[in-house]
Design a protein around this ligand. Structure first.
Ligand code: SF4
Length: 317
């Protein structure tokens, strides 16, 4: 059975003291949007998060970190930080540029490390080895958006990578000595209980440390929204009770050492077509898994004005 934990609990075994994530946008867009792989993006991904100016609205890493430190440091002056390169594809840039951004983040004495969010096809062994070389002075971790183990679904959602690429990236990161996180989406078109549990079986075979899962949200004006409206595809219409039952099965099936940081994401309600549950991750956890984790669990902290974009991306990644 997988363990449902807060990120604080996950990190507690790895770093001392109070640790807070600061989410930053490295401003690198996404190869599935910038024409490298396609211009259409994943069918559930909102174009709005790629509105002109947003992805490069504030590529100044220092300014974003300082805003986060100011916000969180007011309450806990002793706080240390993990800089979370969360938005879009954080490694969709040259090796030198990624190194420069990470080095700038790590230059702060109270920055304990970085978490790098990216696609499985957007890392090289050289980059992963460089991340690993920064340990043990700093904590380094990579998170890959895998979404599903089904290549058929990956094709349908226009993801432009395969499960084999996820396997390769996860194994490579693990070989380098990096903790590995994986993102999954439950309820993708054509996927129901059995397909989702098959993905969990595939994840169990990998050296994954942390899982972030969420249900598929249909965002207004995405290709997914249009395809559903046109009757081209159907997706699950779970209630929160249904989804909680699925999550219980997922946790029951998951390898016991894999920690699960989240089960749900919430895009800004005005953008969501369905489902409209009005639940944040911590509310869902508290309602359905009250014994699993504490009330403050599972909240990724964004900083100020970027939180909206991060929450949007968190559900589209
Ligand atoms: S969901 Fe992520 S990988 Fe897919 S198009 Fe959007 S940013 Fe790119």
């Amino acid at each position: 059975m997988g363990q449902l934990v807060s990120f604080s609990k996950f990190i507690a075994g790895r770093l001392d003291g109070k640790i807070q994530k600061i989410s930053v946008n490295a401003g690198h867009n996404c190869p599935n949007r910038d024409g490298t792989l396609s211009r259409g993006g994943c069918i559930y991904c909102s174009n709005q998060s790629f509105s002109p100016g947003y992805t490069t609205a504030n590529p100044d890493i220092e300014a974003q970190i300082e805003a986060g430190r100011k916000f969180f440091g007011r309450k806990y002056p002793e706080m240390r930080y993990l800089v979370y390169f969360q938005s879009y594809t954080s490694t969709n840039a040259s090796l030198e540029e990624v190194k420069s951004q990470v080095n700038r983040a790590l230059a702060y004495s109270d920055v304990a490390g970085c978490v790098i969010g990216t696609r499985p096809d957007a890392v090289s062994e050289e980059l992963l080895q460089w991340f690993a070389s920064l340990m043990p002075d700093k904590f380094m971790m990579v998170e890959f958006g895998a979404e599903t183990a089904s290549d058929e679904t990956l094709r349908l959602i226009n993801r432009h990578h395969t499960w084999a690429q996820t396997v390769e990236a996860v194994e490579m990161a693990h070989r380098c000595g990096l903790p590995v996180g994986l993102h999954l989406i439950f309820g993708l078109p054509g996927e129901h209980r059995d397909e989702i549990l098959s993905t969990i079986d595939a994840v169990n075979a990998l050296p994954v440390d942390l899982l972030k899962c969420h249900h598929l949200q249909v965002i207004r004006n995405t290709p997914l929204h249009r395809m559903i409206e046109a009757g081209e595809i159907e997706v699950e219409r779970w209630t929160p009770d249904d989804y909680a039952a699925l999550c219980r099965e997922v946790l029951g099936r998951l390898r016991p050492d894999i920690m699960v940081e989240r089960l749900l994401s919430q895009a800004p309600p005005s953008m969501v077509v369905s489902p409209k549950w009005g639940l944040k991750n911590y509310q869902f956890i508290n309602r359905y898994f009250p014994d699993a984790t504490g009330p403050s669990a599972c909240a990724d902290a964004g900083t100020g004005g970027h939180d909206r974009g991060h929450r949007l991306h968190a559900q589209t990644k």
